[in-house]
Ligand binder design. Structure first.
Ligand code: OGA
Ligand code: NI
Length: 348
């Protein structure tokens, strides 16, 4: 049998600007804090998480409560789906109306990412604005698309999504506590959440020194819970010196990062930190981020308990749904302009 065509072909669209290309040797982060969520002392946990959010914007969790079996099933379903021939995967392709499903043409800051992805929302269906246009009030209802293979994909993704939500709310509550807020301060914003899960597949890359799996970016949502396999490739920008640091994969742990929304809610006390993905010339890699996102109608602004005369509001309020749709549909095509970023709402 002839070997299947590789999913991606090298082309100039993937080439990063010289200053963004990955360096061959990147120090491994031993600094990323590890947080043991089995502790029943939530005040102590909140202090640890608060420090991690302030100093790194990234941390790793262990004893997180997600059953290993649920994760393993999710990971094998991911492998099985991406092993399919491209035309089979394209049967569940995203389009300009419904952003869920398969695609391989994402761009980060206008350079194509060396990856293919499958996206699904954890609330099915999910309501989002029909367009990023601020003058357009129309909404649309998007439903997940499921491939025929593997047959259990839908159930596996639903189970995984439920565990991600549980962990997401646990972390959100600890983050609220760490900011001195009521533990449920943020919970209602997620009543009609637009959270989604992305399965990333980074195939082996013949131009791994010139391309990236995902170009440098910050996550736009509230927080991200990432499962990565044992290959490694995630790099984060160390706050202390701006160096790119490799986040070492550890079995059955999750990497958590603060997204732009928590940065704004906390009025910059916590920052959403830049990260990117290095690809590998020999090995494929899988990662599965869960993006915890609020309802489309939520206005994002610094929480009032955290601002005062000494610490004035740093952002104008913005609508999450419009921000989200501008990101997802902006990424769909290579745009001439940079996509929407929270600094666009920064005061002064
Ligand atoms: C992302 C991301 C990291 C990874 O999808 O936003 O940062 O390790 N992924 O795949
Ligand atoms: Ni990211």
């Amino acid at each position: 049998m002839a070997a299947a065509a590789p999913p991606l072909q090298a082309s100039p669209a993937f080439i990063q600007a010289v200053e963004n290309r990955p360096k061959p040797h990147v120090p491994e982060a031993d600094g990323i804090p590890t947080i043991d969520l089995s502790s029943t002392d939530s005040a102590k946990l909140a202090v640890e998480i608060g420090e991690a959010c302030r100093n790194w914007g990234f941390f790793e969790v262990i004893n997180h409560g997600v059953p290993e079996q649920v994760r393993r099933r999710m990971e094998s379903a991911a492998r099985e789906f991406f092993r399919l021939e491209t035309p089979e995967k394209k049967k569940v392709s995203r389009d300009e109306v419904n952003p869920t499903g398969y695609y391989d043409t994402e761009h980060t800051k206008n350079v194509r990412d060396w990856k293919e992805v499958f996206d699904f929302t954890v609330q099915d269906p999910t309501v989002i604005p029909a367009s990023p246009d601020p003058a357009d009030d129309e909404l649309k209802v998007i439903a997940n698309r499921w491939p025929e293979k593997p047959p259990a994909m839908r159930d596996i993704c639903r189970d995984y999504g439920e565990d991600m939500q549980k962990l997401g709310f646990k972390l959100l509550e600890l983050i609220a506590l760490s900011l001195g807020l009521a533990k449920d301060r943020f919970n209602n914003f997620f009543d009609e959440q637009t959270s989604f899960i992305r399965i990333n597949h980074y195939p082996p890359c013949p131009i791994s020194d010139l391309a990236l799996g995902v170009g440098r970016h910050k996550d736009g949502g509230a927080l991200t819970i990432l499962a990565q396999d044992s290959v490694g490739g995630l790099q984060v920008r160390r706050k202390s010196d701006g160096e790119w640091i490799l986040v070492k994969p550890n079995p059955n742990t999750y990497i958590i990062n603060v997204g732009d929304i928590i940065q704004v809610w906390s009025n910059d006390k916590y920052e959403s930190v830049e990260h990117r993905v290095r690809v590998n010339s020999e090995k494929e890699r899988f990662s599965i981020p869960f993006f915890l996102n609020p309802a489309h109608y939520i206005m994002i602004e610094p929480v009032e308990e955290l601002v005062n005369e000494q610490n004035p509001v740093k952002y104008d309020a913005y609508n999450w749904g419009k921000f989200f749709t501008s990101r997802i549909f902006g990424n769909y095509k290579k745009l001439k302009v940079d996509n929407l970023q929270i600094y666009h709402f920064k005061k002064d």
